[in-house]
Design a binder for this molecule. Structure first.
Ligand code: AP5
Ligand code: MG
Length: 194
């Protein structure tokens, strides 16, 4: 049983590496960004609210986001058996505290936080390229700048939070996808008491 949070700036490779981690360690991959984009595509009530924040590069408010995550976990009974890779959650200190309580309620915990540490100057280009290739609506220059600013203001303090909890594993996330994954797998394989 292994629960991992993957953490990093927009475009740092959270989704790309989460897929590989999920496959290697048999984990359920929960991407809150993907959950919200599915709701937007289906024009649900949550999707309409989420769109109003995502299109501006802002975070969905904590109370709503915490309910969304709780509901995803409740609807994924496999999560308790397999373990989870959390991609895009938590993004604020209140979300981290809520995740801790949710895991305790399931008699579980976050074992490690994989922090993708990447040179920021490549992020804009990566996301603009994806915007051209895949048409993700928030991959435009103005919204990306806002997402990066929000990351620095609201999300990056989580690094210190998880260092204090003794859970943060910083990973050099520059270079090829394969090399980065090899570094992540080495860090996971070295976790004590799994
Ligand atoms: P979310 O979907 O989580 O987006 P994000 O954090 O901005 O990150 P991305 O998905 O853009 O990047 P990534 O780190 O996953 O990198 P990827 O692997 O795709 O959230 C979107 C929005 O939803 C938020 O802005 C917010 O509004 C809302 N939201 C979501 N969760 C929330 C929460 N908990 N609370 C409140 N609001 C929330 O890689 C990026 C690109 O680079 C890809 O094209 C990839 O192919 C490429 N790439 C990856 N690795 C490499 C490499 N090593 N070399 C070259 N290219 C690479
Ligand atoms: Mg992603």
């Amino acid at each position: 049983m292994l629960n991992i949070v993957i953490f990093g700036a927009p475009g740092s490779g959270k989704g790309t590496q989460s897929e590989r981690i999920a496959a290697r360690y048999g984990l359920l991959h929960i991407s809150t960004g993907e959950v919200l984009r599915e709701h937007i595509a289906r024009r649900t009530k949550l999707g309409i609210i989420a769109d109003s924040y995502i299109s501006k590069g802002q975070l969905i408010p904590d109370d709503l986001m915490i309910k969304v995550l709780a509901s995803v976990l409740d609807n994924e009974p496999a999560a308790a058996q397999s373990g989870v890779i959390f991609d895009g959650f938590p993004r604020t200190i209140p979300q981290a505290k809520a995740l801790k309580i949710m895991m305790e309620e399931h008699n579980s915990k976050v074992h490690a936080v994989i922090g993708l540490e990447v040179d920021e100057n490549c992020l804009m280009q990566r996301m603009l390229l994806r915007g051209q290739q895949e048409g993700r609506a928030d991959d435009n220059e103005e919204t990306i700048k806002q997402r990066l600013a929000v990351y620095h203001q609201q999300t990056s303090p989580l690094r210190e939070y998880y260092i204090a909890e003794g859970k943060y594993c910083g990973i050099d996330a520059n270079g090829s996808i394969d090399d980065i994954f090899a570094r992540i797998a080495r860090a996971i394989d070295a976790l004590p008491n799994l």
